[in-house]
Design a binder for this molecule. Structure first.
Ligand code: KIV
Ligand code: ZN
Length: 514
């Protein structure tokens, strides 16, 4: 019988700490639902003490999720623990994750505390967290650069105080796989009460070693890995969930543990996170990159046609790449649409939501002959975006782009019940359109990112546009999809402005008061 490897996903917390990867409360809930469908064991939903918005986002995830444990992060401070405990009240299964730094440089320069004081804070935090839940995790931050003797002392103390998961973070991505694995083995062996806790790892990717370090730890006794979809995360990111899960699954001859994940949900989850955060997935990214299963060279193609195992160690469909992706068309009915959506994990809240989605599907099918799963997902993403306080709506857009002339755009939007029209010139059709919208909404925000990705192939493919706006410490991502990328851009800009002006006053965690 193999051990269970617990998958702790921190896309919504550490992932959101990537510069610009902010998510609204509703977006966090949508990603959490996708993670739950994938059977992720623990979902770290945020850092409730960071801001009122983050508190509410964790609360919303805790209320929505039934099958995964929902976790909130807290510094080793009473006020943080209480906020986390409060935010997680509605969860069917909750965990509080508390941390304090243990490396000499962090203790001296950041905390200005002695090692004994750090232990005192850690123990107090764990005991306080235990008043809210039996499921308490402790992390010695910057463990990768901490002294092993000190780690043994503090970890023994927090186990005695009631911590049941000990997470060893390589906070700055400094460790080497062999060394990190040895540290895990030593801690498990040296800490007298180590059998009362599960050892976990949390690796950052500064040297590109986050997955290698995590797997080395697993080989040395770690039974929880903290990771993120697409490897999103602070700086160079965290260990990528899909790579860890598929490495362990593909090399079952090597690992004496496995996860309980439904890997067929991986690609859907990856696309959802990418479209919400506006962080595209590089084509050659393992597992979820568009080329991860594509064979270009003749020799490879020939080999795969004769026997796919000549060049493939995993099956694309096992991680959610569908081979027959053309699912619906102009003549498909409401039932076929609803059925395919259910297969993609989309449940409509009621008839009105289904009707709205079906109407949009028909509109798209008029413009685009073949509708793929990716188109359906974009459709739902858009519906999700619009559901969130879509105070401003795009009514009409006319652009004039001609060789030798300055492009200009005329845009009509509805703000509340009132229609307004604005015109602007720009360097191109997109620039003119966004300037025309800005002349009406006057956000004064900085455009931090503009990106276009084609959702499927062909010149009739939908373009998915992401726009990132930053204003007074708030960072928001807007998305829009359309077969016309100028319209997609206008939708994305309006979507971002709606978020910027929404009452959900969540600041990006990096801009919060923590
Ligand atoms: O990288 C890190 O140390 C963290 C901790 C809060 C676990 O994210
Ligand atoms: Zn981290």
């Amino acid at each position: 019988m193999k051990d269970k490897l617990i998958i702790f996903d921190t896309t919504l917390r550490d992932g959101e700490q990537s510069p610009g990867a902010s998510m609204t409360r509703d977006e966090k809930v949508r990603i959490a639902r996708a993670l739950e469908r994938m059977k992720v064991d623990v979902i770290e939903a945020g850092f409730p003490a960071a801001s009122q918005g983050d508190f509410e986002a964790v609360q919303a995830v805790a209320d929505a999720i039934k099958d995964s444990t929902v976790c909130g992060l807290a510094r080793a401070l009473d006020k943080d623990i209480d906020r986390a405990g409060e935010a997680l009240k509605g969860a069917r299964s909750s965990r509080i994750h508390t941390f304090i730094a243990t490396s000499p440089i962090h203790m001296q320069k950041k905390l200005n505390m002695t090692p004994d004081q750090v232990i005192e804070y850690a123990v107090r935090a764990v005991k306080r967290a235990r008043q809210y839940t039996d499921n308490v995790e402790f992390s010695p931050e910057d463990a990768g650069r901490s002294e092993e003797d000190f780690l043994c002392r503090i970890l023994e103390a927090v186990i005695d105080a009631g911590a049941r998961t000990l997470n060893i973070p390589d906070t700055v991505g400094y460790s080497m796989p062999q060394q990190f694995g040895a540290t895990i083995a030593n801690l498990i062996q040296r800490i007298p009460n180590s059998d009362k806790a599960i050892f976990s790892v949390h690796c950052h990717n500064d040297l590109g070693l986050a997955v290698a370090n995590s797997l080395s730890a697993v080989m040395n006794g770690a039974r929880q890995v903290e990771c993120t979809i697409n490897g999103l995360g602070e700086r160079a990111g965290n260990a990528s969930l899909e790579e860890v899960v598929m490495a362990v699954r593909t090399r079952q001859d090597f690992f004496n543990c496995d996860t309980g994940l439904d890997a067929r949900e991986i690609v859907t989850c990856s696309k959802l996170v990418s479209s919400i955060t506006g962080f595209p997935v590089q084509p050659n990214k393992a597992i979820v990159g568009a080329n991860a299963f594509a064979h270009e060279s003749g020799i490879h193609q020939d080999g795969v046609l004769k026997n796919r195992e000549t060049y493939e160690i995993m099956r694309a469909e096992d991680v959610g790449w569908t081979t027959n992706r053309m699912v619906l068309g102009k003549h498909s009915g409401r039932n076929a649409f609803k059925t395919r959506m259910a297969e993609l994990g989309v449940d409509f809240a009621g008839e009105a939501e289904l009707n709205d989605a079906f109407f949009r599907f028909k509109q798209l099918a008029d413009k685009k002959h073949e509708i793929f799963d990716e188109d359906l997902q974009a459709l739902i993403s858009e519906q999700g975006f619009e559901a969130e306080d879509e105070h401003i709506k795009l009514v009409a857009l006319k652009v004039c782009s001609e060789t030798g002339e300055v492009p200009n755009a005329t845009v009509t939007i509805r703000v509340g019940g009132k229609e307004m029209t604005g015109c602007a010139q720009g360097g191109g059709a997109v620039d003119a359109s966004l300037k025309a919208i800005e002349s009406l909404v006057k956000t004064g925000a900085t455009l931090a990112l503009y990106s276009v990705n084609n959702i499927t192939n062909g010149t009739d493919a939908q373009g998915e546009v992401t726009v990132r706006l930053e204003n007074a410490g708030r960072i928001v991502n807007g998305s829009g999809a359309d077969t016309d990328i100028v319209i997609a851009s206008a939708k994305a800009y309006i979507n971002a402005v709606n978020k910027l002006q929404s009452p959900d006053q969540r600041q990006h965690p990096q801009k919060g008061d923590v």
